[in-house]
Design a protein around this ligand. Structure first.
Ligand SMILES: [Zn+2]
Length: 194
């Protein structure tokens, strides 16, 4: 399972005429046009770069979903500091979102079992996690991974990049056998990302 590659995308806000890429790098699609060797935006919206298909299309702004308090989001851990992780949000209530929001997750041990450990690893860089939006203040989306449905849904091995399987409340690499801690969602390894 390499569902991580589903999120091989990036997006940015564009206005008509903005240069998006050169034709050697990407192919032109909905909402774009080719001018010489460059691909440009033909309308206002969010340019979505599909890095796997090498395709760019423009999504209209009104289709852009914004995370609201109570929403369930799925995103990728793109930075981890000592007690905060930044999560790039890709799905809101199971719908793909191009809003490009980053949520903030405070990393604190939640269960008594984990409190006993020196440093319980909740998530790592590159993990895909499901979380709930708990507040949205000062343009910061605060996330929580409390509850069985929330937590890491996909992870790759820190040592070799292999896929991880769930072993109890931990994960083990199918390639090298390395075992790591995570705060897992109940459906780790099985979450469906469309
Ligand atoms: Zn490994």
């Amino acid at each position: 399972m390499s569902n991580h590659s589903l999120i091989a995308e990036k997006s940015k806000r564009v206005v008509p005429g903005d240069m998006l890429a050169v034709i050697e790098e990407f192919s032109s699609s909905e909402g774009t046009y080719i001018n010489g060797s460059s691909i440009r935006a033909s309308k206002l919206g969010i340019a979505n770069y599909n890095l796997k298909k090498k395709e760019i299309k423009i999504e209209p702004l009104k289709k852009i979903k914004v995370p609201m308090v109570g929403d369930s989001v799925i995103g990728q851990v793109e930075a981890v500091q000592s007690n905060i992780a930044n999560i790039r949000i890709y799905y809101i209530n199971n719908e793909r979102s191009l809003s490009n929001f980053v949520g903030m997750l405070v990393l604190k041990p939640e269960s008594p079992v984990r409190k006993g450990r020196e440093k319980a690893i909740i998530c790592k860089l590159g993990d895909i996690i499901r979380a709930k939006v708990t507040s949205y203040k000062n343009a910061i989306v605060h996330l929580s991974i409390n509850g069985d449905e929330n937590g890491v849904v996909y992870a790759k091995c820190s040592l070799c990049g292999g896929s991880m399987n769930k072993i109890g409340q931990r994960v083990r690499c199918v390639d090298c056998g390395f075992i790591e801690d995570r705060k897992l969602a109940f459906d780790f390894g099985e979450a469906y990302l469309k």
